[in-house]
Design a binder for this molecule. Structure first.
Ligand SMILES: Nc1nc2c(ncn2[C@@H]2O[C@H](COP(=O)(O)OP(=O)(O)OP(=O)(O)O)[C@@H](O)[C@H]2O)c(=O)[nH]1
Ligand SMILES: [Mg+2]
Ligand SMILES: [Zn+2]
Length: 306
């Protein structure tokens, strides 16, 4: 039998067949052996082949189709093991809140760069628009300007006053999308607004730390009644980058691409070298200082602790 992994809880996988039946499956022994590099050898979105055990009616996964793509991260930059968040995606949606909780530009850039590296279009959804007052509205508009200018689609949403929900629906229709972002930004709440029957669990952010409470604990894929699939995921603290070669990193900053190959030195890292086309573009305002800072922070392999 064939199906798509819709949820993974460690050693058990929920697999949905094309007919919509859901089977609890385990992995055949050898897969556990081959998954040393990743913490998870099978991920949500994987197309798998499995056989049903006659007595238990549980499935045993014996093959995984080659992934069209996947998105991957490390828990932080120090950790060695990588975690595949999901596979076979049409797009990634990063849910961002500039406050309650705060999402930093550095975090956004690490997510965007990973999507870029794996050739998956990324969209930025700025949620909790209803809370963006007292100067935050200005910051929100500036941030949206910054990323739209680079070429990222940006959208403001609010589950309180309904802002942007119809447009979000349009973006998701007939696609397989990953929802990601910090805990407490409202991923599950947004999904409940799109599909009220899901009744996903949500929790208010901590009034003390203004951070989320890690309510969603496993990634799970849901069919959308208006067409397409969406994967809700647990909030992440840090988006640790997998090991990109230094020379690759500028290729994943969309706005740096036109300047690549135009520096004096062909091994230019664009950090301090003379006659560097990218540093000149920063000076001339063609590349924003914020994004250049993200670039430097990634090259220096430092962790961002918020
Ligand atoms: N004011 C306001 N609150 C919102 C909005 N969207 C979500 N919230 C609230 O934010 C809190 C966190 O929402 P969740 O949906 O649990 O957040 P999450 O991103 O799924 O969090 P994790 O599952 O922990 O990763 C809840 O109290 C929601 O009611 C919004 O647009 N405006
Ligand atoms: Mg959630
Ligand atoms: Zn350079």
């Amino acid at each position: 039998m064939k199906g798509t992994v819709i949820k993974s809880t460690g050693s058990w996988y929920q697999v949905r067949t094309e007919e919509g039946q859901i089977h609890a499956c385990r992995l055949k022994g050898k897969f556990r052996m081959s998954g040393i590099k990743h913490t998870n050898p099978v991920t949500v979105g994987d197309k798998v082949a499995f056989e049903l055990e006659p007595e238990s009616h549980n499935g045993v996964i014996h093959a995984i189709d080659e992934r069209q793509n996947y998105i991957i991260r490390k828990a932080n930059n120090m950790s060695k093991q990588t975690h595949i968040i999901a596979s076979n995606l049409d797009q990634t949606i990063l849910i961002v809140t500039l406050a309650y909780p705060r999402t930093s530009l550095g975090f956004m850039d690490r997510f965007l760069i990973t999507s870029e590296a794996y050739h998956i279009p990324a969209i930025l959804v700025f949620n909790k628009a209803d809370l963006m007052h007292d100067g935050l509205e200005e910051l929100l508009d500036q941030t949206i300007d910054l990323y739209q200018h680079i070429g990222y689609r940006c959208l403001k949403t609010s589950t309180v006053d309904g802002t942007g929900i119809a447009e979000l629906k349009e973006i998701l229709q007939n696609k397989t999308s990953l929802l990601s972002g910090h805990s407490g930004v409202g991923k599950s709440t947004l999904l409940n607004h799109l599909e009220p029957d899901l009744q996903l669990k949500t929790t208010a952010i901590s009034s003390y730390s203004l951070k989320g409470q890690h309510t969603t604990t496993f990634a799970e894929m849901f069919p959308l009644s208006f067409g397409g699939y969406i994967i809700d995921t647990p909030g992440i603290r840090e988006f640790g980058l997998v090991d990109f070669a230094d020379a690759e990193v500028s290729h994943y900053f969309k706005e740096m691409q036109p300047f690549i190959g135009k520096c004096k030195f062909n091994n230019c890292k664009h950090t301090h070298e003379p006659n560097c086309a990218i540093q000149e573009a920063v000076e001339n305002g063609l590349i924003s200082m914020e994004r250049f800072q993200s670039y430097l922070s990634i090259l220096s392999h430092e962790d961002i602790y918020e």
